[in-house]
Design a binder for this molecule. Structure first.
Ligand code: ADP
Ligand code: MG
Ligand code: ZN
Length: 483
Protein backbone atom coordinates (compact mmCIF):
# COMPACT_ATOMS: atom_id res chain seq x y z
CA UNK A 1 0.00 0.00 0.00
CA UNK A 2 1.31 3.44 -0.89
CA UNK A 3 1.73 5.56 2.25
CA UNK A 4 3.92 8.48 1.28
CA UNK A 5 5.22 10.51 -1.56
CA UNK A 6 8.94 10.07 -1.53
CA UNK A 7 11.97 12.10 -2.42
CA UNK A 8 14.92 10.26 -3.96
CA UNK A 9 18.40 11.14 -2.72
CA UNK A 10 21.54 10.19 -4.64
CA UNK A 11 25.27 10.62 -4.09
CA UNK A 12 27.85 9.33 -6.56
CA UNK A 13 31.35 7.97 -6.01
CA UNK A 14 33.24 8.21 -9.28
CA UNK A 15 36.65 6.77 -10.08
CA UNK A 16 38.63 8.18 -12.97
CA UNK A 17 41.89 6.67 -14.15
CA UNK A 18 44.49 9.37 -14.65
CA UNK A 19 46.22 9.09 -18.02
CA UNK A 20 49.80 9.37 -16.84
CA UNK A 21 52.47 7.55 -18.84
CA UNK A 22 53.45 5.36 -15.91
CA UNK A 23 51.74 3.97 -12.81
CA UNK A 24 51.38 5.86 -9.55
CA UNK A 25 54.09 4.13 -7.46
CA UNK A 26 56.34 2.41 -10.03
CA UNK A 27 57.66 2.93 -13.55
CA UNK A 28 55.42 0.39 -15.33
CA UNK A 29 53.49 1.68 -18.35
CA UNK A 30 49.95 2.85 -17.70
CA UNK A 31 48.22 1.58 -20.82
CA UNK A 32 45.01 -0.23 -21.59
CA UNK A 33 44.72 -3.44 -23.60
CA UNK A 34 48.23 -4.93 -23.25
CA UNK A 35 48.73 -8.71 -22.95
CA UNK A 36 47.87 -9.78 -19.37
CA UNK A 37 50.63 -9.29 -16.80
CA UNK A 38 53.07 -7.61 -19.17
CA UNK A 39 52.99 -4.16 -17.47
CA UNK A 40 54.02 -5.49 -14.08
CA UNK A 41 57.02 -5.18 -11.74
CA UNK A 42 57.75 -6.30 -8.16
CA UNK A 43 56.23 -3.06 -6.81
CA UNK A 44 52.82 -3.25 -8.49
CA UNK A 45 52.78 -7.03 -8.08
CA UNK A 46 53.04 -6.46 -4.31
CA UNK A 47 56.27 -8.29 -3.58
CA UNK A 48 57.30 -7.98 0.07
CA UNK A 49 59.81 -5.26 0.84
CA UNK A 50 59.24 -3.22 -2.33
CA UNK A 51 58.90 0.52 -1.79
CA UNK A 52 56.48 2.83 -3.62
CA UNK A 53 57.71 6.09 -5.16
CA UNK A 54 55.03 8.70 -5.86
CA UNK A 55 54.58 9.76 -9.51
CA UNK A 56 54.65 13.57 -9.61
CA UNK A 57 52.56 13.64 -12.78
CA UNK A 58 49.73 11.79 -10.99
CA UNK A 59 49.75 14.51 -8.33
CA UNK A 60 49.72 17.21 -11.02
CA UNK A 61 46.75 15.55 -12.74
CA UNK A 62 44.90 15.30 -9.40
CA UNK A 63 45.47 19.03 -8.87
CA UNK A 64 44.26 19.85 -12.40
CA UNK A 65 41.18 17.71 -11.83
CA UNK A 66 40.58 19.30 -8.42
CA UNK A 67 40.82 22.81 -9.84
CA UNK A 68 38.44 21.88 -12.65
CA UNK A 69 36.00 20.59 -10.00
CA UNK A 70 36.24 23.90 -8.10
CA UNK A 71 37.93 22.18 -5.16
CA UNK A 72 40.35 23.52 -2.57
CA UNK A 73 43.75 21.91 -3.08
CA UNK A 74 45.43 20.78 0.13
CA UNK A 75 48.89 22.16 0.88
CA UNK A 76 49.46 19.12 3.09
CA UNK A 77 48.01 15.66 2.60
CA UNK A 78 49.01 12.06 3.13
CA UNK A 79 48.46 8.49 2.00
CA UNK A 80 46.80 5.74 4.01
CA UNK A 81 46.48 1.99 3.75
CA UNK A 82 43.03 0.59 3.16
CA UNK A 83 43.27 -3.06 4.18
CA UNK A 84 41.14 -5.76 2.63
CA UNK A 85 41.64 -9.12 1.05
CA UNK A 86 40.79 -9.80 -2.54
CA UNK A 87 42.70 -11.80 -5.18
CA UNK A 88 43.18 -8.76 -7.44
CA UNK A 89 44.96 -6.87 -4.63
CA UNK A 90 48.33 -8.55 -4.13
CA UNK A 91 49.50 -6.47 -1.15
CA UNK A 92 46.14 -7.03 0.60
CA UNK A 93 45.97 -3.26 1.05
CA UNK A 94 45.31 -0.38 -1.30
CA UNK A 95 47.28 2.82 -0.94
CA UNK A 96 44.61 5.53 -0.78
CA UNK A 97 43.90 8.74 1.11
CA UNK A 98 41.64 8.72 4.13
CA UNK A 99 41.34 11.76 6.38
CA UNK A 100 43.46 14.22 4.38
CA UNK A 101 42.53 14.03 0.68
CA UNK A 102 44.33 16.13 -1.93
CA UNK A 103 41.11 17.92 -3.04
CA UNK A 104 38.00 18.93 -1.05
CA UNK A 105 34.90 21.16 -1.08
CA UNK A 106 34.22 21.51 -4.77
CA UNK A 107 31.12 21.54 -6.94
CA UNK A 108 29.79 21.05 -10.44
CA UNK A 109 26.83 22.90 -11.96
CA UNK A 110 24.34 20.96 -14.01
CA UNK A 111 21.23 21.99 -15.94
CA UNK A 112 17.91 20.43 -15.02
CA UNK A 113 14.77 21.56 -16.82
CA UNK A 114 16.57 24.65 -18.03
CA UNK A 115 17.64 25.58 -14.50
CA UNK A 116 21.15 25.56 -13.15
CA UNK A 117 21.71 23.36 -10.09
CA UNK A 118 24.88 23.04 -8.03
CA UNK A 119 26.03 19.58 -6.93
CA UNK A 120 28.57 19.60 -4.09
CA UNK A 121 31.76 17.57 -4.15
CA UNK A 122 32.91 16.42 -0.73
CA UNK A 123 36.37 15.33 -1.73
CA UNK A 124 38.59 13.87 -4.43
CA UNK A 125 41.46 11.66 -3.37
CA UNK A 126 44.34 9.85 -5.04
CA UNK A 127 44.69 6.09 -4.85
CA UNK A 128 46.04 3.14 -6.76
CA UNK A 129 43.86 0.85 -8.84
CA UNK A 130 43.68 -2.89 -8.18
CA UNK A 131 44.30 -5.62 -10.75
CA UNK A 132 41.52 -7.33 -12.62
CA UNK A 133 40.02 -10.80 -12.27
CA UNK A 134 39.26 -12.54 -15.52
CA UNK A 135 36.57 -15.15 -14.96
CA UNK A 136 36.32 -18.12 -17.22
CA UNK A 137 32.65 -17.71 -18.08
CA UNK A 138 30.36 -15.97 -15.62
CA UNK A 139 31.44 -15.16 -12.07
CA UNK A 140 28.81 -17.47 -10.57
CA UNK A 141 29.59 -20.51 -12.66
CA UNK A 142 33.32 -20.18 -13.28
CA UNK A 143 35.58 -23.06 -12.19
CA UNK A 144 38.52 -20.66 -11.78
CA UNK A 145 39.54 -17.06 -12.40
CA UNK A 146 42.77 -15.54 -13.68
CA UNK A 147 44.48 -12.46 -12.27
CA UNK A 148 45.76 -9.68 -14.54
CA UNK A 149 47.90 -7.13 -12.70
CA UNK A 150 48.38 -4.68 -15.58
CA UNK A 151 45.89 -2.33 -13.92
CA UNK A 152 47.40 -2.74 -10.46
CA UNK A 153 48.96 0.61 -9.52
CA UNK A 154 47.24 2.70 -12.19
CA UNK A 155 46.53 6.13 -10.63
CA UNK A 156 42.91 6.81 -9.75
CA UNK A 157 41.09 9.86 -8.53
CA UNK A 158 38.00 9.01 -6.48
CA UNK A 159 35.51 11.88 -6.61
CA UNK A 160 32.79 11.79 -3.95
CA UNK A 161 29.71 13.95 -4.36
CA UNK A 162 27.39 15.33 -1.71
CA UNK A 163 24.01 13.55 -1.63
CA UNK A 164 22.64 16.44 -3.69
CA UNK A 165 20.94 14.70 -6.61
CA UNK A 166 17.19 14.10 -6.57
CA UNK A 167 16.54 11.96 -9.64
CA UNK A 168 18.19 9.48 -11.97
CA UNK A 169 18.22 12.19 -14.65
CA UNK A 170 20.15 14.56 -12.36
CA UNK A 171 22.65 11.82 -11.53
CA UNK A 172 23.20 11.25 -15.22
CA UNK A 173 23.65 14.95 -15.88
CA UNK A 174 26.18 15.15 -13.07
CA UNK A 175 28.15 12.18 -14.37
CA UNK A 176 28.12 13.62 -17.89
CA UNK A 177 29.31 16.99 -16.60
CA UNK A 178 32.00 15.28 -14.55
CA UNK A 179 33.13 13.33 -17.58
CA UNK A 180 33.32 16.35 -19.86
CA UNK A 181 35.13 18.32 -17.15
CA UNK A 182 37.79 15.61 -16.80
CA UNK A 183 38.13 15.36 -20.58
CA UNK A 184 38.60 19.12 -20.96
CA UNK A 185 41.07 19.18 -18.07
CA UNK A 186 43.01 16.55 -20.01
CA UNK A 187 43.51 14.17 -17.08
CA UNK A 188 41.60 11.05 -18.17
CA UNK A 189 40.08 9.55 -21.29
CA UNK A 190 36.97 8.58 -19.27
CA UNK A 191 35.93 5.52 -21.27
CA UNK A 192 33.22 3.72 -19.35
CA UNK A 193 33.53 0.58 -21.51
CA UNK A 194 37.26 0.34 -20.73
CA UNK A 195 36.77 1.17 -17.07
CA UNK A 196 38.68 4.44 -17.03
CA UNK A 197 35.48 6.05 -15.69
CA UNK A 198 33.61 4.03 -13.07
CA UNK A 199 30.67 5.06 -10.98
CA UNK A 200 28.97 3.73 -7.84
CA UNK A 201 25.59 5.15 -6.90
CA UNK A 202 24.37 5.63 -3.33
CA UNK A 203 20.59 5.74 -3.24
CA UNK A 204 18.05 6.41 -0.51
CA UNK A 205 14.51 7.73 -0.31
CA UNK A 206 12.65 9.73 2.33
CA UNK A 207 9.09 10.94 2.74
CA UNK A 208 8.65 14.41 1.25
CA UNK A 209 9.54 17.13 3.72
CA UNK A 210 11.58 14.80 5.93
CA UNK A 211 14.96 16.33 6.89
CA UNK A 212 16.85 13.16 7.84
CA UNK A 213 18.33 11.10 5.05
CA UNK A 214 16.99 7.60 4.59
CA UNK A 215 19.04 4.40 4.80
CA UNK A 216 21.10 4.08 1.64
CA UNK A 217 22.31 1.24 -0.49
CA UNK A 218 25.31 1.45 -2.77
CA UNK A 219 25.10 0.09 -6.33
CA UNK A 220 28.24 -1.12 -8.07
CA UNK A 221 28.91 -2.32 -11.58
CA UNK A 222 27.32 0.54 -13.48
CA UNK A 223 29.15 0.69 -16.76
CA UNK A 224 27.07 3.02 -18.86
CA UNK A 225 25.03 6.19 -18.40
CA UNK A 226 21.96 4.18 -19.17
CA UNK A 227 22.79 1.55 -16.55
CA UNK A 228 23.25 4.37 -14.00
CA UNK A 229 19.78 5.76 -14.69
CA UNK A 230 18.05 2.40 -14.84
CA UNK A 231 19.71 1.12 -11.66
CA UNK A 232 18.82 4.25 -9.68
CA UNK A 233 15.21 4.10 -10.85
CA UNK A 234 14.95 0.44 -9.96
CA UNK A 235 16.62 0.85 -6.59
CA UNK A 236 14.58 3.88 -5.52
CA UNK A 237 11.39 2.04 -6.43
CA UNK A 238 12.54 -0.95 -4.37
CA UNK A 239 13.16 1.30 -1.34
CA UNK A 240 9.74 2.92 -1.68
CA UNK A 241 7.98 -0.42 -1.92
CA UNK A 242 9.79 -1.69 1.17
CA UNK A 243 8.92 1.41 3.19
CA UNK A 244 5.30 1.27 2.08
CA UNK A 245 5.19 -2.29 3.41
CA UNK A 246 6.76 -1.21 6.73
CA UNK A 247 9.86 -3.17 6.00
CA UNK A 248 13.39 -2.02 6.77
CA UNK A 249 16.04 -1.23 4.21
CA UNK A 250 19.34 -2.98 4.78
CA UNK A 251 22.46 -0.89 4.47
CA UNK A 252 24.21 -2.96 1.85
CA UNK A 253 26.21 -3.03 -1.34
CA UNK A 254 24.31 -4.18 -4.40
CA UNK A 255 25.21 -4.95 -7.97
CA UNK A 256 23.37 -4.02 -11.16
CA UNK A 257 22.34 -7.02 -13.23
CA UNK A 258 22.31 -5.64 -16.76
CA UNK A 259 20.63 -8.67 -18.25
CA UNK A 260 17.71 -8.84 -15.82
CA UNK A 261 17.61 -5.06 -15.20
CA UNK A 262 17.51 -5.49 -11.41
CA UNK A 263 19.83 -4.73 -8.50
CA UNK A 264 20.97 -7.64 -6.38
CA UNK A 265 22.50 -7.87 -2.93
CA UNK A 266 26.29 -8.41 -2.95
CA UNK A 267 27.32 -7.95 0.67
CA UNK A 268 26.39 -5.99 3.75
CA UNK A 269 27.95 -2.53 3.71
CA UNK A 270 31.48 -2.38 5.09
CA UNK A 271 32.31 0.48 7.45
CA UNK A 272 35.51 2.53 7.46
CA UNK A 273 36.76 0.67 10.54
CA UNK A 274 36.49 -2.64 8.67
CA UNK A 275 39.36 -1.43 6.51
CA UNK A 276 41.68 -0.67 9.45
CA UNK A 277 42.94 2.47 7.73
CA UNK A 278 46.32 3.68 8.97
CA UNK A 279 48.92 6.11 7.58
CA UNK A 280 51.08 4.58 4.84
CA UNK A 281 54.51 4.15 6.46
CA UNK A 282 56.37 3.79 3.15
CA UNK A 283 55.42 7.25 1.84
CA UNK A 284 56.12 10.60 3.50
CA UNK A 285 53.26 13.10 3.80
CA UNK A 286 52.76 15.09 0.62
CA UNK A 287 53.46 18.81 0.86
CA UNK A 288 52.12 20.78 -2.12
CA UNK A 289 53.65 24.14 -2.96
CA UNK A 290 50.86 26.71 -3.53
CA UNK A 291 53.02 28.26 -6.27
CA UNK A 292 52.85 24.97 -8.15
CA UNK A 293 49.06 24.94 -7.82
CA UNK A 294 48.96 28.52 -9.06
CA UNK A 295 51.01 27.69 -12.14
CA UNK A 296 48.78 24.71 -12.90
CA UNK A 297 45.73 26.95 -12.51
CA UNK A 298 47.22 29.41 -14.99
CA UNK A 299 47.80 26.67 -17.56
CA UNK A 300 44.24 25.32 -17.38
CA UNK A 301 42.51 25.13 -20.77
CA UNK A 302 38.93 26.29 -21.35
CA UNK A 303 36.61 24.11 -19.28
CA UNK A 304 33.00 23.09 -20.06
CA UNK A 305 31.51 25.82 -17.83
CA UNK A 306 33.45 28.57 -19.58
CA UNK A 307 32.71 27.11 -22.99
CA UNK A 308 29.03 26.79 -22.12
CA UNK A 309 28.83 30.40 -20.99
CA UNK A 310 30.60 31.47 -24.17
CA UNK A 311 28.14 29.59 -26.39
CA UNK A 312 25.12 30.92 -24.51
CA UNK A 313 26.28 34.54 -24.26
CA UNK A 314 27.90 34.98 -27.66
CA UNK A 315 25.62 32.80 -29.73
CA UNK A 316 22.44 32.64 -27.66
CA UNK A 317 22.34 28.85 -27.85
CA UNK A 318 19.97 27.09 -25.41
CA UNK A 319 21.46 25.15 -22.46
CA UNK A 320 20.38 21.83 -23.97
CA UNK A 321 22.40 22.37 -27.16
CA UNK A 322 25.30 23.78 -25.24
CA UNK A 323 25.57 20.76 -22.94
CA UNK A 324 25.80 18.44 -25.94
CA UNK A 325 28.30 20.57 -27.86
CA UNK A 326 30.61 20.80 -24.85
CA UNK A 327 30.43 17.08 -24.08
CA UNK A 328 33.99 16.55 -25.33
CA UNK A 329 36.80 18.92 -26.34
CA UNK A 330 36.82 17.36 -29.83
CA UNK A 331 33.13 17.99 -30.30
CA UNK A 332 33.47 21.61 -29.22
CA UNK A 333 36.49 22.12 -31.50
CA UNK A 334 34.46 20.77 -34.42
CA UNK A 335 31.66 23.21 -33.64
CA UNK A 336 34.04 26.17 -33.26
CA UNK A 337 35.82 25.42 -36.53
CA UNK A 338 32.59 25.01 -38.40
CA UNK A 339 31.16 28.27 -37.02
CA UNK A 340 34.37 30.09 -37.94
CA UNK A 341 33.60 29.34 -41.60
CA UNK A 342 29.82 29.39 -41.44
CA UNK A 343 28.83 31.89 -38.78
CA UNK A 344 25.35 30.59 -38.00
CA UNK A 345 25.84 28.77 -34.68
CA UNK A 346 22.29 27.48 -34.25
CA UNK A 347 22.26 25.88 -37.71
CA UNK A 348 25.65 24.27 -37.07
CA UNK A 349 24.44 23.01 -33.67
CA UNK A 350 21.29 21.54 -35.23
CA UNK A 351 23.29 19.69 -37.86
CA UNK A 352 25.76 18.37 -35.32
CA UNK A 353 23.04 17.20 -32.91
CA UNK A 354 20.94 15.84 -35.77
CA UNK A 355 22.60 14.30 -38.81
CA UNK A 356 26.16 14.17 -37.53
CA UNK A 357 25.22 12.49 -34.23
CA UNK A 358 22.88 10.12 -36.01
CA UNK A 359 25.60 8.77 -38.29
CA UNK A 360 28.28 8.77 -35.58
CA UNK A 361 25.99 6.72 -33.33
CA UNK A 362 25.06 4.35 -36.13
CA UNK A 363 28.71 3.69 -36.82
CA UNK A 364 29.58 3.72 -33.11
CA UNK A 365 32.21 6.30 -34.03
CA UNK A 366 34.07 9.07 -32.36
CA UNK A 367 34.01 12.54 -33.92
CA UNK A 368 37.76 12.25 -34.50
CA UNK A 369 37.02 9.43 -36.96
CA UNK A 370 34.46 11.48 -38.89
CA UNK A 371 35.38 11.89 -42.57
CA UNK A 372 33.47 15.16 -42.86
CA UNK A 373 35.80 17.89 -41.65
CA UNK A 374 34.25 21.02 -40.08
CA UNK A 375 35.10 23.10 -43.15
CA UNK A 376 33.26 20.62 -45.34
CA UNK A 377 30.11 20.81 -43.23
CA UNK A 378 30.38 24.61 -43.48
CA UNK A 379 30.62 24.21 -47.27
CA UNK A 380 27.46 22.12 -47.36
CA UNK A 381 25.48 24.62 -45.28
CA UNK A 382 26.72 27.43 -47.48
CA UNK A 383 25.24 25.67 -50.53
CA UNK A 384 21.84 25.53 -48.84
CA UNK A 385 22.04 29.24 -48.09
CA UNK A 386 22.94 30.32 -51.60
CA UNK A 387 20.13 28.20 -53.02
CA UNK A 388 22.34 25.70 -54.87
CA UNK A 389 20.67 22.84 -53.01
CA UNK A 390 17.54 22.43 -50.88
CA UNK A 391 17.59 21.49 -47.20
CA UNK A 392 16.29 18.05 -48.04
CA UNK A 393 18.95 17.45 -50.67
CA UNK A 394 21.54 18.58 -48.13
CA UNK A 395 20.64 15.63 -45.92
CA UNK A 396 21.22 13.15 -48.73
CA UNK A 397 24.47 14.84 -49.67
CA UNK A 398 25.53 14.78 -46.02
CA UNK A 399 25.08 11.00 -45.99
CA UNK A 400 27.31 10.75 -49.07
CA UNK A 401 29.90 13.01 -47.50
CA UNK A 402 29.88 10.95 -44.32
CA UNK A 403 30.54 7.76 -46.26
CA UNK A 404 33.12 9.11 -48.69
CA UNK A 405 34.64 12.24 -47.17
CA UNK A 406 34.03 14.12 -50.43
CA UNK A 407 33.15 17.81 -50.53
CA UNK A 408 29.53 18.84 -51.03
CA UNK A 409 30.15 20.65 -54.37
CA UNK A 410 31.96 17.56 -55.73
CA UNK A 411 29.03 15.29 -54.88
CA UNK A 412 26.50 17.75 -56.29
CA UNK A 413 28.45 17.90 -59.55
CA UNK A 414 29.01 14.12 -59.81
CA UNK A 415 25.37 13.31 -59.16
CA UNK A 416 23.91 16.23 -61.08
CA UNK A 417 22.04 17.28 -57.97
CA UNK A 418 22.24 21.02 -58.22
CA UNK A 419 19.03 22.79 -57.32
CA UNK A 420 17.35 24.60 -60.19
CA UNK A 421 17.09 28.27 -59.27
CA UNK A 422 17.27 29.61 -62.78
CA UNK A 423 14.05 31.57 -63.41
CA UNK A 424 13.83 30.98 -67.17
CA UNK A 425 14.23 27.24 -66.79
CA UNK A 426 11.65 27.14 -64.03
CA UNK A 427 9.20 29.35 -65.93
CA UNK A 428 9.30 26.99 -68.91
CA UNK A 429 8.42 24.02 -66.68
CA UNK A 430 5.77 25.97 -64.80
CA UNK A 431 4.05 27.01 -68.01
CA UNK A 432 3.87 23.38 -69.11
CA UNK A 433 2.41 22.35 -65.78
CA UNK A 434 -0.20 25.12 -65.89
CA UNK A 435 -1.21 24.20 -69.43
CA UNK A 436 -1.71 20.53 -68.65
CA UNK A 437 -3.74 21.27 -65.50
CA UNK A 438 -6.41 23.78 -66.60
CA UNK A 439 -8.95 22.57 -64.05
CA UNK A 440 -6.61 23.11 -61.11
CA UNK A 441 -5.70 26.54 -62.44
CA UNK A 442 -9.39 27.40 -62.67
CA UNK A 443 -9.95 26.14 -59.09
CA UNK A 444 -7.16 28.37 -57.88
CA UNK A 445 -8.56 31.38 -59.65
CA UNK A 446 -11.95 30.49 -58.22
CA UNK A 447 -10.46 31.03 -54.74
CA UNK A 448 -9.16 27.56 -53.89
CA UNK A 449 -5.79 28.59 -52.47
CA UNK A 450 -4.81 24.99 -51.80
CA UNK A 451 -4.69 24.22 -55.52
CA UNK A 452 -1.35 26.03 -55.74
CA UNK A 453 0.21 23.30 -53.58
CA UNK A 454 -0.68 20.70 -56.18
CA UNK A 455 0.90 22.76 -58.95
CA UNK A 456 4.11 23.24 -56.96
CA UNK A 457 4.15 19.48 -56.40
CA UNK A 458 3.89 18.88 -60.17
CA UNK A 459 6.83 21.17 -60.84
CA UNK A 460 8.92 19.41 -58.17
CA UNK A 461 8.00 16.09 -59.75
CA UNK A 462 8.94 17.26 -63.23
CA UNK A 463 12.35 18.36 -61.94
CA UNK A 464 12.91 15.25 -59.79
CA UNK A 465 12.85 17.42 -56.68
CA UNK A 466 15.60 19.71 -57.86
CA UNK A 467 13.57 22.85 -58.33
CA UNK A 468 14.01 25.52 -55.69
CA UNK A 469 10.63 25.18 -53.95
CA UNK A 470 10.49 28.71 -52.56
CA UNK A 471 11.14 30.16 -55.98
CA UNK A 472 8.59 27.85 -57.64
CA UNK A 473 5.97 29.01 -55.16
CA UNK A 474 6.72 32.62 -55.91
CA UNK A 475 6.67 32.16 -59.68
CA UNK A 476 3.43 30.20 -59.72
CA UNK A 477 1.85 32.84 -57.53
CA UNK A 478 2.98 35.51 -59.91
CA UNK A 479 1.75 33.66 -63.03
CA UNK A 480 -1.69 32.96 -61.62
CA UNK A 481 -2.35 36.40 -60.23
CA UNK A 482 -1.02 38.17 -63.33
CA UNK A 483 -3.84 37.23 -65.71
P1 ADP B 1 31.32 5.49 2.52
O1 ADP B 1 32.59 5.78 3.22
O2 ADP B 1 30.49 4.47 3.16
O3 ADP B 1 31.48 5.27 1.05
P2 ADP B 1 30.66 8.29 2.30
O4 ADP B 1 30.32 9.15 3.46
O5 ADP B 1 31.99 8.42 1.68
O6 ADP B 1 30.42 6.81 2.73
O7 ADP B 1 29.54 8.53 1.23
C1 ADP B 1 29.57 7.89 0.04
C2 ADP B 1 28.55 8.52 -0.90
O8 ADP B 1 27.24 8.27 -0.44
C3 ADP B 1 28.66 10.02 -1.04
O9 ADP B 1 28.59 10.33 -2.43
C4 ADP B 1 27.44 10.56 -0.33
O10 ADP B 1 26.94 11.72 -0.96
C5 ADP B 1 26.46 9.44 -0.50
N1 ADP B 1 25.46 9.35 0.56
C6 ADP B 1 25.67 9.41 1.89
N2 ADP B 1 24.51 9.25 2.55
C7 ADP B 1 23.53 9.08 1.62
C8 ADP B 1 22.12 8.85 1.67
N3 ADP B 1 21.46 8.74 2.81
N4 ADP B 1 21.47 8.73 0.50
C9 ADP B 1 22.11 8.81 -0.67
N5 ADP B 1 23.43 9.02 -0.78
C10 ADP B 1 24.14 9.15 0.35
MG1 MG C 1 33.17 5.56 -0.19
ZN1 ZN D 1 55.09 -1.83 -11.66
Amino acid sequence: MKKYDYEIVIGLEVHVELKTNTKIFCGCPNSFGAEPNTNVCPICAGFPGMLPVLNKRAVEFAIRAGLALNCEIASYCKFDRKNYFYPDLPKAYQISQYDLPICANGYLDIYVDGQSKRIGIVRAHLEEDAGKLVHQGSITETAFSLVDLNRSGVPLLEIVSQPDMRSAAEARQYLEKLRSTMLFAGVSDCKMQEGSLRCDANVSVRPWGEKELGVRTEIKNLNSFRALEKAIEYEARRHMDLLDDDEVIERETRTWDEEKQVTRSMRSKEEAHDYRYFPEPDLPPLVIDPEWVKSIAQSMPELPDQAQRRLMDEYGLPPYDVAIITSTPQYLAYFDQCVAEYPQPKTVANWMMGELNKYLNQGNMDIAECLIKPGQLAGLLQMVDDGSISGKMAKDIFAEMFASGKDAPTIVKEKGLAQISDQDTLMRIIEEVLQSNPKVVADYRGGKQKAAGFLVGQVMKATKGQANPALVNQLIDKCLSAE
